[in-house]
Design a binder for this molecule. Structure first.
Ligand code: ADP
Ligand code: MG
Length: 702
């Protein structure tokens, strides 16, 4: 356990961070690495050789025997292959070696990673390339080197490469606009991200007894417990001692890895929690979130818990998301989404705000797709998470600022309002300028936007790739418009341009309740897309608009877009296919075993009662038996249909057609099976079932 007084020393103790580099690298080498990190400039091999030697020395001192290139293939998980530092000598001894070449480049066999047709399996070669902008770290005795992963032909096969490309595209366009606005000292703009991670903790033994959780991450059957989340007594509630011990351990593990875990609390649903880090540069934040998810599971195992990261582990109970807090900051320290004291006259703020509004409106379908997965589709639109319709909440103050832009009137800030709490003893403070809105998918929250649609289980890379690229495109468009004016004209004309943009995109602004039916109708009238599922949205990914956007900014080639299209669809279909098979097995075996055992006992009881007691009719027992019989008959029919349809789905040749079939037919079949299973399960005493019920899963932790 880290002592509180040692925390500042222990934070990042397993990270080859800036401080370690400053302390250990020769000055000129340190400067060269720094330049690469800050400016994105290329790194020479002699620099890499020196860094490698120092890195190895540091890693060995800290107990590492191996190194691994750590990358994020399109499975959405992370991948690693470990090599030891050892190099045998002629005299039978070894030395520990690590060269610049080994640091910079790896050659994993790429044939078993998804490539969406980019690389035939006979062209197995793939490369991993060191990303110096994300610090290396030590975990489980290995030095982990964050890397990008590409095919022999140079096509990106991972999530990091396009993310880095999108950060550069955004920076390039932003710098052009800022120079035009008179901020010539800005050389680079950074995307910053803070991703709040939601998760469930359940008892490990309970977890192991359920095939659905083991194989699919979510429960496929299960009658609701008599208590759910209706009392709203879990949100911010007292953290149970066992959970608190877990969170403590988790924080420490994350801190050692340099992950700035900051906030922890209970969430709305029973057994649901959240962890939020302090925001970081996008690329590092994405790496850190991947690591956080991994460490969460590992620490859970140590504490006899299972950590569920699926977006919808339980029916009827809130699912988990990953709010993506996003902003852009210049290398001169200016947060471009900070409205400042006088937002109505803060030109960089207004231009960047408008670029975000336009980007979200124009590229809503692609943004929707960036968070689409079989798991997340269960969550979106379920009155617990944002709807599938994308809109922006700007809050009262920004709404007034935008009204000023539209009407050509100067916006006057109401100034800070003092909070009156009615008791003198309480501290005096000023109110925030906007209240919170929990129902919006994309909300302005003071000095950043919070994109609330990403799911809890997947990397936030995709969401940020799309967001960065779409905003880069809008900035580039704005630059074209604004650069047509002379410096003298610009000041006057800029407000006209902003007004024009606002009129074109204001349909996406919505400050009301996103969970209502009225909003669904209103959004349809405004022409906002409502793409409920991944297959509905998928064609947009390879539309001309999408290809133009991503190729123009060098984020994806047309081939890379197509490969991702294939992978997303295949993953979607495979996930539901596994669920369909798991459900059939669990119902036919585990559930049926319990059902029969109970029916047997009931029948015995009825016969015995009738034979022992004169005139006994065993009405109660017979009633249950009859209901169970009726439910199981329907369940059996539904199961047969599911089995037949699953076979049909498997045989579909076209991948979009197949995914749509899984969505439209198989998921409905599964709902039907579940309906009858849950009806019956509600009548069966727990002891007959070989797996834990919802009540046991959600309320057994103390
Ligand atoms: P909430 O209002 O959603 O409860 P907070 O205000 O605490 O949460 O912030 C949530 C997340 O937003 C945190 O991870 C925080 O670090 C992050 N955040 C704050 N400022 C920025 C910024 N400029 N860019 C990106 N993320 C930010
Ligand atoms: Mg939040």
């Amino acid at each position: 356990m880290i002592e509180a007084s040692k925390l500042t020393e222990e934070f990042g103790c397993l990270v080859f961070n800036d401080k370690v580099m400053r302390d250990r690298l020769p000055k000129d080498i340190y400067k060269a690495v720094h330049k690469t990190i800050e400016r994105g400039s290329h790194l020479e091999l002699d620099v890499a050789n020196c860094v490698a030697a120092v890195m190895k020395e540091w890693a060995v001192e800290n107990g590492a025997t191996h190194f691994t290139h750590w990358f994020q293939p399109m499975t959405g998980l992370t991948a690693e292959k470990h090599d030891s530092f050892i190099s045998p000598m002629d005299d039978g001894t070894i030395i520990m070696e690590f060269s610049g070449k080994e640091l910079v480049k790896g050659e994993p066999d790429a044939s078993s990673f998804p490539s969406g047709g980019l690389r035939a399996t006979f062209e197995a070669r793939g490369y991993t390339a060191w990303d110096p902008s994300s610090p290396a770290f030590i975990k489980d005795g290995s030095l982990y080197i964050p890397t990008a992963f590409c095919s022999y032909g140079g096509e990106a096969l991972d999530k990091k490469t396009p993310l880095l490309r999108s950060m550069e595209a955004l920076s390039e366009e932003a710098v052009k606009v800022l120079h035009l606005l008179g901020y010539g000292d800005v050389h680079r703009v950074n995307t910053t991200i803070g991703s709040e991670q939601e998760y469930f903790l359940i008892d490990k033994d309970n977890y192991k007894k359920r095939k659905d959780l083991l194989f699919t991450g979510r429960t496929l059957i299960g009658a609701p417990a008599t208590k759910g989340q209706e009392m709203e007594d879990h949100y911010f509630g007292v953290i149970k001692p066992k959970v608190s011990a877990y969170m403590h351990d988790l924080d420490e593990e994350l801190w050692k890895l340099g992950i700035p875990a900051k906030t922890k609390h209970n969430e709305v649903a029973p057994a649901q929690h959240e962890l939020a880090p302090v925001f970081e540069t996008a690329n590092i934040a994405v790496d850190h979130n991947q690591l956080t998810m991994e460490v969460m599971k590992k620490v859970a195992d140590k504490h006899n818990f299972a950590c569920l990261l699926h977006e919808k582990p339980f029916e009827g109970i809130n699912g988990s998301g990953k709010h993506n807090n996003w902003s852009v900051c210049t290398d001169t320290g200016m947060n471009l989404l900070d409205p400042g004291k006088n937002p109505g006259e803060n030109l960089p703020f207004l231009v960047f705000l408008m670029a975000v509004i336009a980007a979200v409106d124009e590229y809503a379908p692609i943004l929707r797709l960036s968070v689409a997965s079989a798991g997340n589709d269960h969550r979106l639109g379920g009155n617990e998470a944002p709807p599938a319709i994308i809109s922006i909440f700007v809050g009262d103050e920004l709404a007034s600022v935008l009204k000023g832009v539209e009407e050509g009137t100067a916006y006057q800030s109401a100034g800070k309002v003092q909070m009156a709490m009615g008791a003198q003893v309480l501290p005096h403070f000023t109110k925030d300028n906007t209240d919170r809105n929990r129902t919006s998918p994309f909300a302005f929250t003071g000095n950043k936007f919070e994109f609330r649609m990403p799911g809890s289980a997947v990397s936030v890379a995709n969401a940020n790739i799309v967001l960065n690229t779409a905003v880069a495109e809008e900035l580039s468009r704005l630059y074209e418009k604004l650069s047509a004016f002379s410096a003298d004209e610009l000041k006057d004309k800029i407000m006209d341009v902003l007004k024009e943009e606002l009129l074109a995109h204001k349909r996406v602004l919505f400050n009301g309740n996103g969970y209502t039916e009225e909003w669904v109708e209103e959004a349809a009238k405004r022409g906002l897309p409502n793409l409920k599922s991944l297959p509905d949205a998928m064609p947009y990914w390879i539309s001309d608009e999408s290809i133009d956007l991503f190729t123009k900014h060098n984020i994806f080639t047309k081939e890379e877009l197509h490969s991702r299209y294939e992978i997303l669809l295949e993953n979607y279909s495979k996930s539901i296919h596994i669920e369909a098979l798991t459900m059939q097995e669990m119902v036919r075996k585990d559930f049926t075993e319990g059902l029969i055992a109970y029916q047997k006992d009931l029948t015995k009881e009825i016969i015995q009662k009738k034979s022992l007691i004169d005139g006994a009719c065993a009405e109660h027992e017979t009633g249950i038996l009859k209901t169970l019989d009726a439910s199981s008959a329907e369940m059996s029919k539904a199961l047969t249909k599911l089995a037949v349809d699953t076979k049909t789905a498997e045989d579909k040749a076209d991948i979009l057609d197949q995914a749509s079939y899984y969505e439209e037919v198989i998921l409905k079949d599964m709902d039907e099976v579940r309906k009858y299973v849950d009806e019956a399960e509600a009548l069966i005493p727990d002891k007959y079932l070989s797996y834990p019920t919802y009540g046991q899963l959600l309320f057994s932790l103390r």
